[in-house]
Design a protein around this ligand. Structure first.
Ligand code: ATP
Ligand code: MG
Length: 139
């Protein structure tokens, strides 16, 4: 089933000029980048985006990290895009990420782990709508 997921290339990755290499891995996996924008996330945007983690001990650190430099927000489209992207991202903690995954190759730590991907169809819709107008997504 063709579906869409929301992706973020995080500040630790943009700082090391990894956007192209990460995009190549996304495209090699058969996902299409149907919208993409490089932005500086505001404090408010990062707090809203990670609202579900507000009570977690790392919330403050997470918001600070996501606003520390430019990010690339993206919409990815393809067969089973949500699960497929989670698979090529690898585990949250790069020490546990499988060989050949984005986080295994590039992540620095469990916090600075280079990419975000939606974890469910409902969250994908919400996350895409936070950063993109439907008219700016060209499938
Ligand atoms: P993401 O939501 O970014 O795709 P994920 O779904 O693999 O990653 P979550 O459990 O949703 O992981 O955590 C969201 C983000 O919070 C992680 O990607 C990471 O940047 C940060 N994070 C998670 N656990 C920790 C931790 N123990 N310490 C610091 N930061 C953490
Ligand atoms: Mg998550």
């Amino acid at each position: 089933m063709t579906e869409r997921t929301f992706s973020i290339i995080k500040p630790d990755a943009t700082a090391r000029n990894l956007t192209g290499q990460i995009n190549a891995m996304i495209e090699e996996a058969g996902l299409r980048i149907v919208a993409q924008r490089r932005i500086r996330m505001t404090q408010e945007e990062a707090e809203d985006f990670y609202e579900v983690h507000r009570e977690r001990p790392f919330y403050g650190e997470l918001v600070e990290m996501m606003t520390s430099g430019p990010v690339v927000v993206q919409v990815l489209e393809g067969d089973n895009a949500i699960a497929k992207y989670r698979e090529i991202m690898g585990a949250t903690n790069p020490a546990q990420a499988a060989e050949g995954t984005i986080r295994k190759r590039f992540a620095k730590s469990v916090g600075e782990n280079s990419v975000h991907g939606s974890d469910s169809p409902d969250n994908a819709k919400i996350e895409i709508a936070q950063f993109f107008d439907e008219a700016d997504i060209v499938g």
